[in-house]
Design a protein around this ligand. Structure first.
Ligand code: ADP
Ligand code: NA
Length: 336
């Protein structure tokens, strides 16, 4: 069994990134490697150039994301952690698969339609062929399982179609080259809202630093941000229904629940009837307790470029060892 999953490199990581994305990767690694599977996790830096980007930011974000992933529990000895750009087989296989993918298939991709919008003529060719690179990302490693959210289901279907057509067109019936990977539906990701406005997503692009808990924040900063978080004057309800229409309260209780590994109901059972004067210090303490060890590692590792580059170099070497035989076979099947 082999799991392949990619993530866009991003910097200035915050609690939303941790609870909405990174934590799931760590959980998947722990669950699947225990079953004997190999997890390949890559930074999708080749995908990042399909949209306007700043080269120096891309390089910095790739390193930052690796620092965050490792600090939060991705183990580069157990998982294969790398960036696409250091494994040229991704781009090479994409080109080979461009011969199999059909224009009509790509034209039907809803993400292409959404992202290109009305300006199709101005969109990059990479944005259009992005799903073919995604197919290469997983087929290169004979992935058996690929975690996909709702918005990525169509792209995995496409990867399966490409695999099947390539096998049909170019491989003997009893020796197909590509495996059609199965989707795994990741556990529903928490959606964390801004501390300043319960209806806005917590985001690095929010100009107010008080709106988010950064993964670099120290204990005092976390405490101060939680205490200043926007709330309402009512005490917490004892039932979940009482959080309706109270976006800020719901967000803070939700954060408490995921950080404590429990449910909103249990948190309200404990804090229902109490005001934020009691709840906020408890939430702050919990965040400090859970985030501090990761934050300390992250602050140190993000500065250690040599260590990060070494992690990526080692990951890329392991990835290339798996990728080369597949790519060689694909060239051969095509008569190249
Ligand atoms: P930002 O919104 O800060 O720019 P990105 O868009 O770079 O974050 O997201 C990187 C990953 O983190 C994505 O998988 C995204 O779904 C997740 N993520 C970002 N913000 C949140 C949030 N507030 N709650 C849950 N997940 C989030
Ligand atoms: Na964003």
């Amino acid at each position: 069994m082999r799991i392949v999953s990619g993530i866009q490199p991003t910097g200035n990581l915050h609690l939303g990134n941790y609870l909405g994305a990174i934590r799931n990767w760590v959980a998947m690694q722990d669950e699947w490697t225990a079953k004997g599977a190999t997890c390949l996790y890559f930074l999708a830096d080749l995908h990042a150039i399909s949209m306007p980007h700043k080269p120096e930011e891309l390089a910095a974000n790739t390193r930052e994301m690796v620092a965050a992933l490792v600090s939060c529990g991705i183990d580069p000895d157990r998982s294969i952690l790398f960036n696409q750009a250091q494994v040229p087989q991704h781009a090479e296989l994409q080109w080979l698969l461009n011969g199999t993918a059909r224009m009509g298939w790509l034209n039907r991709m809803t993400q292409w339609k959404d992202k290109a919008g009305k300006n199709r003529e101005g969109a990059s060719v990479a944005l259009f062929t992005y799903p073919v690179l995604q197919a290469a990302d997983v087929l290169l490693y004979n992935a058996t399982h690929v975690p996909v959210g709702e918005d990525q289901k169509q792209h995995l279907e496409l990867a399966r179609d490409i695999a099947q057509k390539f096998n049909n067109d170019f491989c003997p019936e009893d020796a197909p080259l590509f495996i059609q990977p199965e989707p795994i539906i990741p556990p529903e990701a928490a959606r964390i809202m801004s501390l300043r406005e319960g209806t806005a997503k917590m985001s690095k692009s929010d100009p107010s630093d008080m709106s988010r808990i950064n993964l670099t924040d120290d204990a005092d900063t976390i405490m101060a941000k939680v205490k200043k978080a926007k709330t309402d004057p009512e005490p917490l309800p004892s039932e979940k229904a009482g959080l309706e229409g109270r976006a800020e309260a719901a967000n803070l209780v939700g954060i408490y629940a995921v950080m404590a590994g429990t449910s909103v109901e249990v948190v309200l059972g404990q804090f229902g009837g109490q005001g934020f004067g009691a709840f906020k210090p408890a939430l702050g303490d919990l965040l400090v307790e859970k985030l501090s060890p990761m934050a300390a590692r992250y602050r140190e590792l993000r500065e250690d470029h040599a260590a990060l580059d070494a992690i990526l170099a080692k990951g890329a070497e392991k990835a290339r060892a798996l990728a080369v035989p597949t790519l060689d076979a694909a060239y051969k099947a095509l008569g190249l």
